[in-house]
Design a protein around this ligand. Structure first.
Ligand code: ZN
Length: 328
């Protein structure tokens, strides 16, 4: 009897403990990973845009609305990254606190759209420490009895971020200076470039909504030829066709797949925020350290054309001479 009572008691205790778990909902996978690092097993963290999805273009589903409705805290990047989120939050009728995790960072202005901020602030690891601080503060407010745990986990995570920041800087600096040019599909790496000293060129702007323009492709083609860029990169959330065409046209390689707006899945080398930044950096450095021949293909084409024109002139002269001789 006592045994059964104990079992019943343990079951009730488990249920009540389970009910105490809070629901934390993050818009994108990078933010949900940062939240998990700080919260650990204390509460549940879910993401709205699934791994591999494009948060710029996400279309909220009814299950997203239910997720937000049941949330205690909603974490968003802001800076117009998730253009659809305000409506989703309003329509869900949630009473959750909404935290913009970029609050307190110095936003960069978009290179393409003069009046808007560039949302990709997480690409600079020193900003990620601000994201982490903001998340930890919100958790302490929401769940003050676990303050010590949040503070400890935050300190450990920030130490990891500081080490990562130094590691990325050293890796990028190991690429010969004139080869530090990063060419991607969309302009997600401005914060990264500014922090770690690498020049950026992208076909599309800071959002993936706009179509690439012929002028943009010409501009990037020119950079590749003039600077002898050895490789360009595709992104995990964007169709690689355009970059593959650009690489083929310039006879250069695709340096690899970078993760900018989403983590990779569990089996990928970029399943956490820290791994994502580390993997991107190693991929970029390995590809850009190769040497490319500056303007080689253009040069070869010119040679071929002069040869064909020369041959044509010789044939015409020969023909003219033959007609002249036969008419004498
Ligand atoms: Zn983006």
């Amino acid at each position: 009897m006592i045994k059964y009572l104990t079992i019943a008691f343990v079951l009730i205790l488990n249920v009540s403990l389970a009910q105490e778990k809070l629901n934390i909902v993050a818009s994108a996978s990078m933010i949900s990973d940062m939240a998990e690092q700080i919260i650990g097993p204390l509460h549940d963290v879910e993401m709205i845009v699934a791994i591999g999805g494009d948060p710029h273009l996400h279309e909220p589903t009814p299950s997203n609305a239910r997720m937000v409705a049941g949330a205690d805290l909603v974490l968003i990047n802001g800076l117009t990254f998730e253009g659809w989120i305000t409506e989703l939050i309003e329509n869900s009728g949630t009473s959750a606190k909404v935290l913009t995790v970029t609050q307190g960072i110095q936003p960069l202005t978009s290179q393409t759209y003069k009046n808007s901020a560039d949302p990709h602030a997480w690409m600079d690891v020193s900003n990620a420490t601000i994201y982490a601080d903001n998340i930890a503060q919100a958790m302490i407010q929401l769940d003050p009895k676990n303050t010590a745990t949040y503070e400890k986990r935050l300190a450990n995570y920030k130490a990891e971020l500081v080490a990562l920041d130094k590691e990325i800087e050293a890796t990028i600096q190991s690429i010969p200076q004139q080869q530090r040019i990063l060419i991607t599909s969309h302009d997600a790496f401005q914060y990264y470039g500014k922090r770690y000293g690498i020049r950026l060129e992208a076909i599309m702007g800071i959002s993936t909504e706009a179509q690439a323009q012929t002028a943009d492709i010409k501009r990037v083609n020119k950079v590749i030829r003039e600077q002898g860029v050895p490789a360009i990169f595709i992104e995990s959330t964007i169709n690689p066709k355009m970059m593959q065409q650009l690489a083929q046209d310039n006879k250069i390689s695709i340096g690899g797949k970078l993760y900018a707006d989403s983590l990779g899945d569990k089996d990928s080398p970029a399943s956490t925020y820290v791994d994502m930044l580390r993997y991107n950096t190693q991929t970029i450095a390995a590809a850009l350290k190769q040497t490319a021949e500056i303007d080689d293909s253009a040069h070869k084409n010119t040679t071929n054309y002069s040869f064909i024109i020369g041959l044509g002139v010789v044939l015409l002269l020969g023909l003219g001479l033959a007609i002249y001789l036969s008419n004498r």
